[in-house]
Design a protein around this ligand. Structure first.
Ligand code: F6P
Length: 322
């Protein structure tokens, strides 16, 4: 019987748990005599035919590491039809039965193009932004929120000691999940996020309300790009008479060891991916909604917006009602 060969790549922004997925895939494959190739630097490496064969020894002790041993890239050329076609050809020449793609929204769109051109793909949602809407959890999100919360709590303590306010920016391009879960898990008073944007005037209003009614100089959490945090901190200082600092959480959100939740998610995603490959059930996207599931890749990408407005409304209820 022909030997089975699979490949795996990590794509887009790295996140915690990618290495844990690679570790489990390689270990299961070795038990089943399946050859696994790692493709370096995501879709860029696929285009450049940059494959390495992975062994158990190579993935030993990587599960707790942030980043990805396969490296990743944002490879915009992948939008070109000719690039996709060349990639499919490389997979065919190498006789790869299935390609596991670990990444976010852009990576899934790339995967769809590969599958339309004849490749067999399995997609694992991995992005700290948590912005793939068919699944309630993406790999990396839980760790990123935990990292950001620790940072916010440290900042809160020093601000409180000096009676200062602070505006803290968290990651999440076009998606407020990190901001929301950080806000409800810390002593944050005000939130600004794309799912319910507020303008400068509204923000000033909420800050003044917090000072007057809660007798607290507020901690404001803003999702990336909602405000220029430096400018808005200066404005709040002028408007309130209290000193406001700003702070950007930045890349500590995306690095470091995956949380227990992300490690167990990584393991479950990897196991299901290998089951699907065994069953030749390709072009599926994995998700988690209290339990692991898989859906057709096309429908995953068309999925409805599933932002947790209930949680946001609870936050509003506790913080803004007069
Ligand atoms: O991977 C998601 C993310 O961290 C976003 O939250 C952020 O906007 C973006 O990536 C930053 O990307 P890069 O590191 O490529 O600038």
């Amino acid at each position: 019987m022909k030997e089975k060969k699979i490949a795996i790549l990590t794509s887009g922004g790295d996140c915690q748990g990618m290495n844990a997925v690679i570790n489990i895939i390689v270990r299961i494959a070795s038990l089943r005599n399946i050859k696994v190739f790692g493709i370096m630097h995501g879709y860029k490496g696929l285009y450049e035919d940059n494959f390495i064969q992975l062994s158990n020894e190579m993935v030993e002790n990587i599960s707790s590491l942030g980043g990805t041993i396969l490296k990743t890239s944002r490879f915009l050329e992948f939008k070109k039809d000719s690039v996709v076609k060349k990639c499919v050809k490389i997979l065919q020449q190498r006789e790869i039965d299935a390609l596991i793609i670990v990444g976010g929204d852009g990576s899934f769109k790339g995967a769809k193009e590969l599958s339309k051109n004849g490749a067999n793909v399995i997609c694992i949602p991995a992005t700290i932004d948590n912005d793939l809407r068919y699944t309630s959890r993406c790999l990396g999100f839980d760790t990123a929120v935990n990292n950001a919360c620790k940072y916010i709590e440290n900042v809160e303590q020093t601000m409180e000691a000096l009676d200062r306010g602070v505006v803290i920016e968290v990651m999440g391009r076009y998606c407020g999940d990190i901001a929301l879960y950080c806000a409800v898990s810390t002593a944050c008073d005000i939130i600004a996020l794309p799912e319910n944007p507020i303008n400068e005037e509204e923000l000033i209003d909420r800050v003044k309300y917090c000072i007057k009614e809660k007798k607290k100089i507020p901690v404001v959490v803003v999702a990336e790009k909602m405000f220029d945090v430096k400018e808005i901190a200066q404005t709040l200082t002028k408007e309130t008479g209290y000193e406001f600092k700003y702070s950007v959480v930045g890349y500590i959100q995306r690095g470091g060891s995956p949380s227990v939740q992300d490690k167990s998610l990584a393991m479950q995603f990897a196991v299901r991916a290998m089951e699907l490959i065994e069953d030749k059930n390709y072009n599926r996207a994995l998700g988690f909604n209290n339990k692991i599931f898989d859906v057709d890749l096309e429908s995953a990408l068309k999925s409805e917006y599933n932002f947790n407005y209930e949680l946001l409304n609870l936050f509003y209820l506790l913080n803004y009602k007069k």
